[in-house]
Ligand binder design. Sequence first.
Ligand code: SF4
Ligand code: SF4
Length: 427
Amino acid sequence: MAIFGSGVHPKDCKSLSSGVPIGRMADPQKVWVPLSQHIGKPAIPVVSAGERVLRGQLIAKKAEGISANIYSPIAGTVQGVVGHITASGKKRDHILIENDFTDEGIDLPVREEWTQEQLLARIEEAGIVGMGGAGFPTAIKFDVKGKADVLVVNGAECEPYITCDDRIMIEYGSELMQGVRYCMQACGAKYAVIGIEKNKPEAISAITALAGKGIRVCRLRTRYPQGAEKQLVYGCTGRVIPEGKLPVEAGVVVANVHTVLSVYRAVALGKPCYERVMTVSGKGVREPANLWVKNGTPLREIAKLCGADEGSARIVCGGPMMGEAVFSLKVCTAKTTSSLLFLDATECEEKSASACIGCGKCVQACPMGLSPTFIEEALFRKDYAEAKRYGASACIGCGCCSYVCPAKRFLTQSVRLAKKIIAERKV
Ligand code: SF4
Ligand code: SF4
């Protein structure tokens, strides 16, 4: 695998929101809380229509296997389980709750001392998942049975525009450090390395000043996708994750900054995961922001608050490289919604693909050392075994190949599709 001599350096556009302190959005009249805000099976509702719920009350229980608990973000009355559109454009079950604006809440019980088992149980109970966007249940990721000695905290935030992790590191440094200690204990790590790209000097000084015994800050070069797991682990520890394996095979557990903050909130404050900080940005936004937003908030409410142009050329949930274009502002936020971008025509060129000119730029840019152009050709020929031989299964969907292609080919989509078909058909 190419260890990151590649990647790209897109314009980061972070200055739109990086200086804006984290605010809090007023709770909406109604929330549509998705039952699937994580990788794995949807959670199972434990409330029914007409029932009153409190903020912080369990409303859907994790299913057997990989899944996560879901909590009510507001106090109010459950209207029922309804089909509602998601960022992927598909309708999925959500719990609809009407706010009574009492903000009556309940917290999970907290204790002074925690054992490793108790911490893992709390992380699972609180419904914490990877909040950088992956959504994998954190308790399962942390339960490595002594196989990891290092926790790598992902503060790279390498996607353009997004600044919520940067602001968390600046404004919640002490809470984050306590969260790092809880996470180290939960996964059994002896050391922690917090990886931060050099373009976040304020966060680097804030976190370096707080880093105690066994915790260090690693200044990473600013290059996309520095925050991808393999690249991050190599940059922070020099360890290489074997191809097709998880970080634990290199003795490492990786957690995103917001995930670590959520662990702190669940353990020290008894707050389950029902809200998050997200960035609202792009030239189509009058007032870019970093905001605490309740899960299940309709994107339209956020757009209104920040003066966003609903007719923007492109609206994206997540970053412009790996995020999803959103076609309806009825879509609601989830645990993994790190940002909402309103991009004007100058920020997203309309693509019209032409034939490959064989320049090889996509191959040079791929941080995983793949040959996107050959994978695409194999996909078009339906030769999935060939696509597999070119390494399609190792694609991390970073978007670098599409970004550099002068023929504007939709390489990322092609490689992702090839990867999906290979997995589904067990090629
Ligand atoms: S999207 Fe996949 S194929 Fe394209 S550069 Fe990223 S890892 Fe390589
Ligand atoms: S970057 Fe585009 S044009 Fe160049 S080899 Fe790759 S697919 Fe072909």
